[in-house]
Unconditional design. Structure first.
Length: 243
């Protein structure tokens, strides 16, 4: 077995991924009064739907969602619905993003693990609040493009990793909060282990193609956990195996 050709192939693959990421992260349209007004109207509607946390609402008002969707979807960026981002994945409905952010009680200086980076929107909302965010994406092209996008938009408090979310990120655990933006059939034990005492996990749980349950898992000071259902949701499935 010759290592040089394999190494060259790997380097070429990584370079191709980075070039593709850069190409897919063309600068979004400049912030405009129209975008700002539509975003504020969306957040007003989210607040009217029951989201009360001021830090969450302020972050949602600040983060330009149009920068996290495809050019063809810019006109729909401030509608309260998920949108495709490529690779069979979606950016979550804004109400659900706000609901999950409020549920983990995101606050400045919290260390948060996100499983399922996608386009980076949820990570940006957490970073806008002041959280230190570690986010894992199993699809390399999405991880690379999200990293470029977040850096370009100035979100420095986010580390993006191409990896398997079922394993978590043990090197930087424990986490004050963990958020899953893709649905496993059951909550991975590694993620529960990496949650700090007093921490919270918010995750959709359930089979692909079915209505899933968004659950809140809390860990007490003794390491005991309790779980409760929050609301029915539909998320893309949480995959295993790097892509």
């Amino acid at each position: 077995m010759r290592s040089a050709p394999l190494g060259s192939a790997l380097a070429a693959s990584v370079l191709a991924g980075l070039l593709a990421a850069a190409a897919s992260c063309a600068p979004p349209p400049a912030e405009s009064d129209t975008f700002r007004a539509r975003r504020h109207a969306l957040v007003d509607a989210i607040a009217a739907s029951g989201i009360r946390d001021s830090a969450t609402l302020a972050a949602m008002r600040a983060v330009p969602r149009h920068a996290f969707v495809r050019r063809r979807d810019w006109p729909y960026a401030y509608e309260d619905r998920p949108l495709p981002i490529g690779e069979g994945q979606t950016i979550s409905q804004p109400f659900v993003v706000a609901f999950m952010t409020e549920a983990v009680r995101a606050r400045p200086a919290m260390k948060v693990l996100e499983v399922g980076t996608g386009s980076g929107y949820q990570a940006a909302v957490l970073a806008e609040i002041g959280c230190r965010v570690y986010t894992i994406e199993i699809i390399r092209s999405l991880a690379d493009s999200a990293r470029v996008r977040l850096e370009r938009l100035g979100y420095r408090g986010v580390d993006v990793r191409h990896g398997d979310g079922y394993q978590g990120w043990p090197q930087v655990a424990p986490f004050d909060a963990i958020m899953l933006t893709a649905a496993p059939d059951s909550l991975p034990a590694a993620l529960v282990e990496q949650l700090a005492p007093g921490g919270r996990i918010v995750a959709p749980i359930g089979a692909e193609g079915e209505v899933q349950s968004l659950v809140l898992v809390e860990k007490d000071a003794a390491g005991r956990t309790s779980t409760r259902h929050l609301l029915p949701v539909r998320f893309v499935p949480m995959r295993k195996g790097l892509r």
